[in-house]
Design a protein around this ligand. Structure first.
Ligand code: TYM
Length: 324
């Protein structure tokens, strides 16, 4: 039997090249070697207010982007988190074995809480629900960007704690980071992670940005004031652009760009990004032309994973002495 892979992505904001290079590209590359499940985590998105109509549309848009970016429904299940009740159900059981202190020290919780006027309980519970997503399917491997590493550590801690309290129940999952692109930084500020929630038109390259906008954003990206690329001494702005280009096009090497004037280098980066995104955008337009196709994929995904989820919930209930 193939080992199981699970990963997730929130259907909020604009999907950007950090999400693609840090996560979805890697999913598409490894999907064939595993039993793969990719989850649109709408229950996570509502930890901060989402306009209901927009959220409903975003869920389908995200599914279409998964498919456009190479997730093959013949090889992988694409699911919506809220369509399988086991995610929320297991999250409660895991909440009951998770010490509050473990959640309060999560850096993403601290960062998000700072931005909210009132901090919803869901924001604190966020990583427990994420642990439930993974443990529900007994996933062995979780391909994510680097910003999720701490949540994965927590998932392992929760799994181990549950296993030691109630007996061996969960597979303890491993984190899988991409070799290049695990942490893409903002184009406007290369010391900040590229993020869906950041504002500023020059911050992120959205996967659906038109090609001219992509070119413009890259040409305007913040760099230091050196005239030309020096791979030995390059600052964070140039390093980030180089990472983006290398992750988009493996023929871009340090040697091939060393000594290039910044203007020419940025054009080379834009070329690599556009060559990567253009076919994804084309496929996205094809996929979205047929909404019934997307709904069909989500229904099939759900049907495929439901027995796995139900089996785990039954095991967990029985291990805890709950009514089965
Ligand atoms: P989310 O929706 O913020 O991001 C989805 C994926 O994109 C990666 N990522 C990045 N990678 C490189 N550079 C960046 N700047 C960058 N920004 C985002 C993230 O690491 C992630 O892999 N909590 C998760 C979603 C989630 C999940 C799960 C993931 C819910 N349940 C179970 C794995 C397994 C999140 O908010 O991702």
């Amino acid at each position: 039997m193939k080992a199981r892979v699970l990963s997730g992505l929130q259907p909020s904001g604009q999907l950007h090249i950090g999400n693609y290079l840090g996560a979805v590209k890697n999913w598409a590359e490894i999907q064939g070697g595993y039993e793969s499940i990719f989850c649109i985590v709408d229950l996570h998105a509502v930890t901060v207010y989402q306009e209901p109509k927009e959220l409903a549309a975003k869920i389908r848009e995200t599914a279409a982007l998964f498919l456009a970016a190479g997730i093959d429904p013949e090889q992988s299940s694409v699911i919506v988190q809220s369509s399988v009740s086991g995610h929320a159900e297991l999250a409660w059981m895991l909440t009951c074995v998770t010490p509050l202190g473990w959640l309060q020290r999560m850096t993403q919780f601290k960062a998000k809480a700072e931005k909210q006027e009132t901090i919803g309980d869901g924001l604190l519970q966020y990583p427990v629900l994420m642990a439930a997503d993974i443990l529900l399917y007994q996933a062995a491997i979780v391909p994510v960007g680097e910003d999720q590493s701490q949540h994965l550590e927590l998932t392992r801690d929760i799994a181990q704690r549950f296993n030691s309290l109630y007996g061996q129940t969960f597979v303890v999952p491993a984190t899988h980071l991409p070799i290049v692109g695990a942490r893409i930084m903002g184009l406007d500020d290369p010391t900040q992670k590229m993020s869906k929630s950041a504002t500023g038109s020059g911050h992120a390259i959205a996967l659906l940005d038109d090609l001219k906008t992509i070119q413009k954003k890259i040409l305007r990206a913040t760099t230091d004031s050196q005239p030309a690329v020096d791979v030995e001494t390059m600052g964070p702005g140039i390093a980030n652009l180089l990472t983006i280009a290398q992750a988009c096009d493996s023929s871009v090497t340090k040697e091939s760009v060393n000594g290039m004037r910044y203007g020419d280098f940025k054009k080379r980066v834009a070329e690599a990004v556009i060559a990567r995104l253009e076919p994804i955008q084309k496929r996205y337009r094809e996929v979205t032309a047929d909404p019934a196709y997307i709904d069909g994929i989500l229904t099939r995904g759900r049907e495929h994973v439901l027995p796995i989820a139900e089996d785990t919930v039954r095991k967990v209930k029985s291990a805890m002495g709950l009514y089965v």
